[in-house]
Design a protein around this ligand. Structure first.
Ligand code: AR6
Length: 168
């Protein structure tokens, strides 16, 4: 079964087969990690995204990586936190599941994730981390061809939350 790593870094610098993007439903870019990914990938990424017709919350769509060191970008709009009674947990789980499934379908062996929904979308970090870690570990079991999934945290605070959730 593949490895799971949690580390601090900038996901736009990762030379992996696919990086996930915490996108919005338009798939046309935004702030946070989405903005950073589009800046690093260049305008061709936006051009390809324009042809995708957006994406539902919890679903995922894949593009090439263009100027990024990563081969593919898997765009997934996470849920906006509205207090927890609006299906947020299920939707966040769907994000990780659908990204991992798409990575598998495209033959990706190494995949990196940002902490989906925990920035601008306001999902409480500890709760999001528990869902992410559990779903990623299940994905590694389900798809033994995936060799490594890395949770790329943008700060040590985020890294600590994910490590706690994974019982490091
Ligand atoms: N590498 C890794 N993680 C990063 C990077 C980076 N380069 N930059 C930021 N993060 P957010 P969301 C972290 O807000 O909450 C956009 O406008 C960040 O510190 O990027 O899902 C979209 O278009 C945080 O821990 O995504 C949507 O409209 C995590 O990535 C909306 O934001 C996610 O924060 C999505 O909001």
């Amino acid at each position: 079964m593949g490895r799971f790593k949690i580390e601090t870094g900038d996901i736009t610098t990762y030379s992996v087969d696919a990086i996930a993007n915490a996108a919005n439903g338009s798939l046309l870019g935004g702030g946070g990690v989405d903005g950073a990914i589009h800046r690093a990938a260049g305008p061709e990424l936006l051009e390809e995204c324009r042809g995708l017709g957006g994406c539902e919350t919890g679903q995922a769509k894949i593009t090439k990586g263009y100027g990024l060191p990563a081969g593919y970008v898997i765009h997934t709009p996470g849920p906006i936190w509205r207090g927890g009674a609006f299906g947020e947990a299920e939707l966040l789980k769907n994000c990780y599941e659908n990204c991992i499934r798409l990575a598998h379908e495209h033959g990706c062996k190494t995949v990196a994730f940002p902490s989906v929904s925990t920035g601008i979308y306001g999902y409480p970090l500890d709760q999001a981390a528990r869902i992410a870690v559990k779903t990623i570990r299940e994905g590694l079991e389900k798809y033994p061809d995936i060799e490594e999934i890395i949770m790329v945290c943008f700060s040590e605070r985020v890294e600590k939350a994910y490590k706690k959730a994974d019982n490091y």
